[in-house]
Ligand binder design. Structure first.
Ligand code: NDP
Length: 296
């Protein structure tokens, strides 16, 4: 029997646990607050930001919504971030990516106060993660660690193959897997578009994390019996549905499920966890900045 890991249920558990921490903060007159900054006309980005705000409201985090015209000068975004950095009521700042081409993305990530960088993308936070002293773990790989732990998958001594080396998923995932810590202690292989013989690597894996953004690129023939499959991919493909599309992962679900001991579906696997871990980081940020000793 394959364990289909229910990301919605695990994420709900995370949100329920956060409630106690938020109550602790509220008792000290602290309301955790996340500022989201959107500088884009992309409907998908707009949807992501509004989902994040809804998530905040549901658990009792205040959400501040800042929108900047996509053709405004870059300075407007930098001034906004400066103001949010200085605002004592703001615990977390999230700038929705991608920003327009005329804005230097790296400069944006570097200007956010690392204490308020709840995405965990500031170079200081990346460095701390690599050093094994993370302040805020990036939401997607942190969510995957929680999924694996909840599903009873012990990563210690396992061969983990991460397909994708992006700054937001692949690299931090590989780093977390190799840490000398719970959810780590794995032997890690990182694959990317220049990897040769990908199937040989994935077939040797006990755990495969697919984060390439290529629809159904990993199928059952590339996996060995008993593997744990985490599908991060979210790919929009044309389909005969009401919306005219459907979302599919980087893994061909049916053939992979036949091989796997545990697998995440798309949707309903990693996606809800990414959202839940943003709330987690925001509550953690509120605890750090208020000095209230919360349990997380
Ligand atoms: P990026 O496009 O930034 O990175 C993709 C990575 O995959 C790159 O390292 C690339 O290699 C590698 N890659 C591309 N094609 C292949 C291939 N054929 N074989 C092996 N490696 C390949 O993507 P992200 O990391 O941002 O996102 C990956 C996927 O995960 C997307 O579908 C995205 O929508 C989804 N996602 C889902 C989230 C969730 O919460 N579920 C959160 C974030 C992302 P190279 O470096 O050589 O170019």
């Amino acid at each position: 029997m394959t364990d289909v890991i229910d990301g919605n249920a695990v994420a709900q558990g995370i949100r329920d646990d956060l409630r106690a921490s938020i109550d602790q903060l509220e008792a000290e007159d602290v309301t955790p607050t996340l500022a989201t900054v959107l500088m884009s006309d992309d409907p998908a980005s707009e949807t992501y930001v509004s989902m994040k705000q809804d998530d905040c409201e549901e658990v009792g985090i205040e959400a501040i919504d800042v929108e900047i015209d996509s053709d405004a000068p870059a300075e407007e975004l930098f001034e906004t971030i400066d103001e949010l950095n200085a605002d004592e009521n703001v615990d977390g700042i999230l700038v929705q990516m991608p920003v327009p081409e005329h804005v230097d993305k790296r400069a944006v990530l570097e200007v956010i106060d690392p204490e308020k960088d709840v995405d965990g993308f500031h170079p200081e936070n990346v460095g701390r993660l690599v050093a094994g002293n993370a302040r805020y773990k990036p939401c997607t790989p942190h969510g995957i660690q929680k999924l694996l732990a909840t599903a009873g998958v012990d990563t210690e001594g396992k061969d983990a193959v991460v397909v994708g080396r992006s700054d937001i998923v692949g690299k931090p995932m590989a780093n977390l897997f190799m840490q000398k810590a719970d959810g780590g202690n794995a032997t890690v292989t990182v694959c990317h578009s220049r990897t040769e013989n990908l199937a040989e690597k994935t077939r040797d894996a006990d755990i495969v994390v697919a984060a390439a953004g290529v629809p159904e690129m990993i199928d059952g023939s590339m996996l060995s019996e008993g593997v744990v499959v985490i599908d991060v991919g979210i790919n929009r493909v044309d389909a005969d549905t009401e919306k005219g599309y459907e979302l599919i992962g980087d893994v061909e679900y049916d053939s992979a499920k036949d091989k796997a001991s545990a697998i995440t579906p798309v949707p309903g696997g990693v996606g809800p966890m990414t959202r839940a871990m943003l709330l987690y980081n925001t509550v953690k940020a509120a605890g750090r900045q208020s000095g209230v000793d919360i349990e997380l």
